[in-house]
Design a protein around this ligand. Structure first.
Ligand code: FAD
Ligand code: FES
Length: 277
């Protein structure tokens, strides 16, 4: 069992979860994820590691409430326990001295990209962050990004935060303004990552995305997270989650994410009818 140290709403529909897991906290690297089970009857779901504190023995994730498991997580309080919290899983993100790196983050990706932003800055890169949110009130961890990045630009659909447009257009502008850009790293919903990949492809700018397909075991055994990169079958949990965005079969990714759509809806309806506290 792992104890919840904190669970709080950061902005509407996005929550922070801090879990006491000293063994995990000691080994975390940027880009990795954990698998958590909200209760004994629930499923195992992957969440990116958004922060950790080896001294406190804690690991933090940021999650978006979308279905049954994330609703269960959002109902947890400090002091509650979860039966499964395993990690760190997946290959860490490549951190090196690349030059100018643009980080495009949206939704839970703003949390997930934070350790990478910090590590890339420490490695001597010029780090430019593009934070994408539907509206100004959905932006969180603004101060964290402002504290390490050389430049932070916001894009939102409500034209707030001095933003006139949303991804991919602000990314296209940044690619011009910051040229030469060594790489773009995009983390968030699959569509945001796809849109970034489309924007960088004609310019040949190396683009890394952190895939979030359906996962079960997270250790390469079940095949649930299968994807295709450079024409070869890969498993996002052990070969990723980071992949070269220009080598991915995006159509397959979008299709596989919808595999259990009907079951997910049924599960949510059942939970709301029978178990909703
Ligand atoms: C390596 C990895 C890291 C991840 N990191 C994070 C993270 O840090 N934070 C986080 O919130 N999620 C993250 N995810 C996605 C997360 O695991 C799923 O959102 C979660 O499993 C959904 O479970 P659920 O039962 O609440 O919803 P489900 O019942 O499984 O899904 C409900 C519906 O929401 C849709 N949906 C699922 N996920 C998303 C999404 N992220 N955005 C929009 N729609 C979605 C589904 O297509 C489905 O139709 C990650 C996934 C992977 C593979
Ligand atoms: S989650 Fe089972 S193989 Fe990746």
């Amino acid at each position: 069992m792992a104890k919840i140290l904190d669970r709080k709403r950061l902005v509407p529909n996005l929550h922070l979860l801090e879990v006491h897991a000293p063994e995990v906290a000691r080994k975390c690297r940027p880009g990795q994820f954990v698998i958590i089970m909200p209760d004994e009857h629930g499923e195992r779901i992957p969440l990116s590691i958004a922060d950790w504190d080896a001294e406190r023995g804690s690991v933090t994730a940021v999650f978006l409430v979308v279905g049954t498991s994330t609703r269960k997580l959002a109902a947890l309080k400090a002091g509650d326990e979860v039966p499964v919290f395993v990690g760190p899983l997946g290959r860490p993100s490549e951190i090196g001295s690349f030059g100018t790196v643009i980080l495009a983050a949206g939704c839970f990706g703003i949390g997930a990209l934070w350790p990478t932003a910090r590590a890339l800055k420490a490695a001597g890169n010029k780090v430019v962050a593009l934070i994408d949110a539907k509206a100004e009130h959905l932006v969180y961890w603004k101060d964290r990004y402002l504290s390490v990045c050389d430049k932070v630009r916001f894009s939102s659909r409500d034209h707030a935060l001095a933003s006139k447009d949303f991804v991919p257009r602000p990314l296209e502008e940044l690619l011009k303004a910051e040229a030469p850009v060594a790489r773009v790293i995009a983390v968030g919903c699959t569509y945001l990552m796809y849109a970034c990949a489309q924007a960088t492809k004609p310019l040949g700018v190396r683009t890394i995305v952190s895939l979030n397909p359906i996962m079960v075991d997270g250790t390469g055994m079940c095949g649930a997270c299968r994807c295709t990169a450079a024409g070869k079958t890969k498993f996002a949990c052990v070969d990723g989650p980071d992949f070269d965005a220009h080598q991915l079969d995006w159509e397959e990714l979008f299709t596989r994410r919808k595999s259990y759509f009907d079951d997910e809806i049924r599960s949510l309806c059942r939970w709301e009818e029978t178990e909703l506290p």
